[in-house]
Design a binder for this molecule. Structure first.
Ligand code: SF4
Length: 356
């Protein structure tokens, strides 16, 4: 088994993915499986190689909460949800800017502007445009990620023009079981939106949600499906089983399982931002600092509809575990990551003016 882990580290440092069998071997918990501590130690070599001991902080601002017409089974904002969550329509740009300012003060490099719904309308793009301007006015260096659901033609470009840096749209679960968790849109719809965002020049952020009854094979399939989209960041969420949702009784994750899943994603996405996202507090519990040896990024503060760990507690956890908070001037992705090379689409040979 040491050979397997050494082989996976060698491959990851070379930018190669595990095979399906190798990936599955990381998840299996049997007597002859690699011990979780060895798996974390191997994954941490890859994490340190590409990201050192830096932890990037990100904050979510829920721009519009609840009352979604979609029926994603895990979501407290879904159609017919009985969850007792905050429900409100769009918050004003100034309110979002104040929240972003506080988060940046606490160390957040990226602000994620999220809205419930199937996808943005024309007025919603206008609202996000105004919000980005208000945030950038106070914090010009902050990265803005929009997460507004399925994109229509041209909306990615509009968001990029407004100053968004990234677009988030998670695949959440693998294609084969997508219809089990949602009936109002398809896996293909989600893939299309990630591709549209990438095509518009936005940094693609697409991740996963575990704890919904998926098998080891499903987890590996999703990792490989996400790899095909070549995201720059991959948030890993663990189900928050809200009362009032169909998955409210689903508590089948353990801290060890979460660590194995995170290690698998580190090996599949060696030089990509792997972000520890929703559900870390309730599923990793006291093992959260161990997860920092695999993920190089976490959410700071509250989630969309549930409260997160206190900011000071997170900051202390990071320093106690021997990590540092990534500074605004530090680059997150390694210089060698190939998508830092942007193919020229302007100037000579195009209709667009040159850069200089
Ligand atoms: S995940 Fe998004 S699209 Fe699905 S129900 Fe929740 S808010 Fe709506």
């Amino acid at each position: 088994m040491t050979n397997l882990l050494d082989e996976l580290v060698t491959k990851a440092l070379d930018g190669r993915a595990p095979t399906r069998d190798e990936a599955l071997a990381l998840l299996v918990e049997e007597t002859d499986s690699p011990d979780v501590l060895d798996v974390v130690a191997a994954g941490s070599r890859v994490r340190r190689h590409f990201f050192g001991r830096r932890v990037k902080l990100n904050t979510i601002i829920n721009m519009k909460s609840g009352l979604c017409p979609e029926d994603c089974g895990y979501c407290s904002q879904r159609l017919g949800s009985g969850s007792d969550i905050l429900k409100y329509s769009w918050i004003e740009p100034d309110e979002a800017a104040k929240t972003a300012d506080r988060a940046a003060e606490a160390g957040a490099k990226r602000i994620c502007l999220v809205a419930s719904g199937r996808g943005p309308g024309r007025r919603d793009i206008g609202r996000i445009t105004d919000t980005i301007a208000a945030i950038k006015d106070k914090r010009p260096g902050v990265e803005i990620c929009a997460c507004l659901g399925l994109l229509s033609e041209g909306q990615g470009e509009q968001l990029a023009e407004a100053g968004a840096y990234a677009y988030n749209h998670n695949l959440n679960t693998n294609e084969a079981r997508y219809a089990d968790i949602c009936s109002t849109h398809t896996f293909g719809d989600r893939v299309d939106t990630v591709r549209q965002a990438t095509g518009a020049g936005l940094s693609p952020c697409s991740g996963a949600l575990f704890g919904m009854g998926e098998s080891d094979e499903d987890i590996v399939s999703l990792a490989f499906e996400l790899r095909e989209l070549d995201p720059d960041s991959v948030p890993i969420n663990f189900l928050i089983p809200f009362e009032g949702t169909p998955l409210s009784e689903q508590w089948d994750l353990t801290p060890q399982r979460c660590l194995r899943i995170l290690a698998l994603f580190r090996f599949c996405f060696p030089d990509v931002e792997v972000r520890l996202a929703g559900g870390r507090e309730i599923h990793l519990r006291g093992m959260q600092p161990m997860a920092l040896h695999l993920a190089n990024s976490i959410f700071l503060g509250d989630y969309l509809t549930s409260e997160g760990q206190e900011v000071e507690q997170d900051r202390r956890m990071i320093t106690d575990a021997g990590f540092t908070i990534e500074g605004a001037e530090e680059r997150t992705l390694p210089d060698a990551r190939r998508d830092l090379v942007t193919i020229r689409r302007r100037g000579a040979g195009t209709e667009l003016p040159a850069n200089a």
